[in-house]
Design a protein around this ligand. Structure first.
Ligand SMILES: N[C@@H](CCC(=O)N[C@@H](CS)C(=O)NCC(=O)O)C(=O)O
Length: 194
């Protein structure tokens, strides 16, 4: 199995999740500007959308989209998702929000947007982080143990801190708890972030 990533990008969520799940896997860095991997291969042959993450399974099939990859990991390791009859549905509900609303709201902050547009984007991100914080069911999103939805949040809370965006204390605390976990530290070290 191989994860294609860019240091500190949203692919960090999948990197953490794979370590938390206890999988053995390789990683290959992608240059998001040239779309070449660290071995000089054309990343578009793996993911024609050109963005990270992508996960190549042992079968040779490629998965893309954080929601799909994280859901697949949780399917292999159900301890990483909420329980109960609506457990998977609640997980997809939260991860769809993180992907389609929170992640998307960062868009102008990663592009050459005007100062006005960047300020508006920061306010949008802060509001969406506040909504996510209001959904915590304990120390983590779905209770006292972390799961794939928390790992999805991890890079986004890091970006908020780096960009000086207001982050609810509950999410800052969640981030600190995740950062102390060996799987997170391993993923960070492998991406050259620590
Ligand atoms: N919907 C995609 C979005 C992935 C995405 O936006 N990845 C960013 C890094 S966080 C990227 O690779 N951007 C480079 C590009 O779009 O060219 C997902 O959730 O997997």
């Amino acid at each position: 199995m191989k994860l294609y990533y860019s240091p500190g990008a949203c692919s960090l969520a999948d990197h953490v999740a794979l370590h938390e799940a206890g999988f053995g896997f390789e990683i290959e860095r992608v240059d998001l500007k040239t779309k070449l991997t660290e071995h000089g291969a054309d990343y578009r042959a793996v993911n024609s959308k050109g963005y990270v993450p992508a996960l190549t399974l042992d079968s040779g099939e490629h998965l893309s989209e954080n929601v799909a990859i994280l859901d697949w990991i949780a399917d292999q390791r159900p301890a990483l998702r909420p329980t109960g009859p609506l457990g998977r549905t609640r997980l997809l509900e939260m991860m769809s929000y993180i992907s389609g609303e929170l992640h998307k709201a960062y868009g102008p902050l990663f592009r050459g947007a005007s100062d006005e547009d960047k300020a508006a984007a920061k306010a949008q991100v802060a509001a969406k982080l506040a909504f996510v914080a209001s959904q915590l069911k304990g120390a983590y999103l779905f209770g006292s143990e972390p799961g794939v939805a928390d790992f999805f949040l991890f890079p986004m809370i890091r970006w908020a801190a780096a960009m000086g965006i207001d982050t609810p204390p509950a999410l800052t605390a969640l981030q600190a708890r995740l950062a102390a976990r060996p799987a997170v530290q391993q993923a960070m070290a492998e991406e050259g972030l620590s």
